[in-house]
Design a protein around this ligand. Structure first.
Ligand SMILES: CC[C@@H](C(=O)O)C(=O)SCCNC(=O)CCNC(=O)[C@H](O)C(C)(C)COP(=O)(O)OP(=O)(O)OC[C@H]1O[C@@H](n2cnc3c(N)ncnc32)[C@H](O)[C@@H]1OP(=O)(O)O
Length: 255
């Protein structure tokens, strides 16, 4: 089974689906490469908006694949992965077209970072999300913490420190979600973006360039890279390895 699917939907929506539902759509190097390709495809003239979702009913994305990334033990090893994904999320943040995360189920850790890098976030009724990284004795490491602090100046710091999982209504109150939907995810996306999809691509791109100017002025690329470097230091420490070992032994007990 392919770990991700890139599809052109109607009305100019390019959709990237993380397709690892059994692992709650955890991100491994294949999904990272798929996202890099999808971001390149979004430059096509017939693409008006770029959307990301997860396969299945349960999860949008459970963050980094802790099984795969468990192999990365040292600061240097972790930094390679974190820095690559922070580069991908910077490209997503500054994509020349509007972007939307269709959060169709649980989003935790790096899953929330991916959603934060999009311009808009809509969540399926009943979904939950949280920046749980601190519970694993690390920080956000893909640049998503830096993005969240800019998007939600009043609520982000507390969300990151508490590392709690929030329900959809709470996420609306915190300003993380823009809308809660009940219908099919693609219909929900088309309906939420209806106003934009009827406009010329050139207009969408022109507005997005104003947003990107702001990100440039805020030195987001440098700050996201610094976030990856800071997380890598914590990643290399015993406290993090202990937390991941706990996750792995729970997983092995279930199997
Ligand atoms: C690495 C980058 C870093 C960052 O910079 O942000 C991170 O992302 S840290 C990773 C943070 N992620 C987590 O801690 C995820 C932990 N997972 C969960 O909390 C839950 O699985 C869930 C996402 C809330 C979903 O819960 P539920 O629907 O009840 O499913 P299960 O817990 O039973 O999981 C099913 C299955 O999937 C495996 N799984 C889930 N998440 C991951 C993951 N991130 N990596 C690897 N595997 C994952 C889980 O172990 C189960 O596997 P089996 O027991 O083999 O069925």
């Amino acid at each position: 089974m392919d770990s991700c699917i890139i599809s052109k939907e109607k009305d100019g929506v390019l959709l990237f689906t993380i397709n690892r539902p059994r692992m709650r759509n955890a991100i491994n190097f294949d999904v990272m490469a798929g996202l890099e390709s999808a971001i390149e495809m979004a430059a096509d003239q017939d693409v008006k908006i770029f959307a990301i979702t997860g396969a299945g009913e349960q999860a949008f994305c459970s963050g980094g694949d802790l099984t795969a990334f468990h192999q990365l033990k040292t600061e240097e090893q972790a930094y390679g992965m974190l820095s690559r994904m922070s580069g991908v999320l910077y490209k997503l943040l500054t994509l020349p077209k509007p972007t939307i995360a269709i959060v169709n189920g649980s989003a935790v850790g790096g899953g929330c970072e991916i959603a934060s890098a999009c311009d808009f976030r809509i969540g399926k009724e009943g979904m939950k999300a949280g920046f749980v990284q601190a519970n694993l004795a690390i920080t956000t490491g893909w640049g998503g913490g830096t993005i969240l602090l800019e998007r939600l100046p009043k609520t982000a710091f507390r969300m990151l420190l508490d590392a709690r999982v929030h329900d959809a209504e709470e996420l609306m109150g915190l300003g993380f979600l823009d809308h809660i939907y009940k219908e099919d995810p693609i219909d929900a996306c088309l309906s939420f973006m209806k106003g934009s999809l009827s406009k010329e691509t050139t207009v969408l791109e022109a507005y997005k360039s104003l947003v990107n100017k702001k990100w440039e002025q805020l030195s987001m690329r440098e700050r996201m890279e610094a976030e990856a470097a800071k997380c890598a230091v914590l990643w290399g420490e015993e406290a993090h390895h202990k937390k991941v070992d706990e996750f792995m032994s729970k997983k092995n007990k279930n199997n």
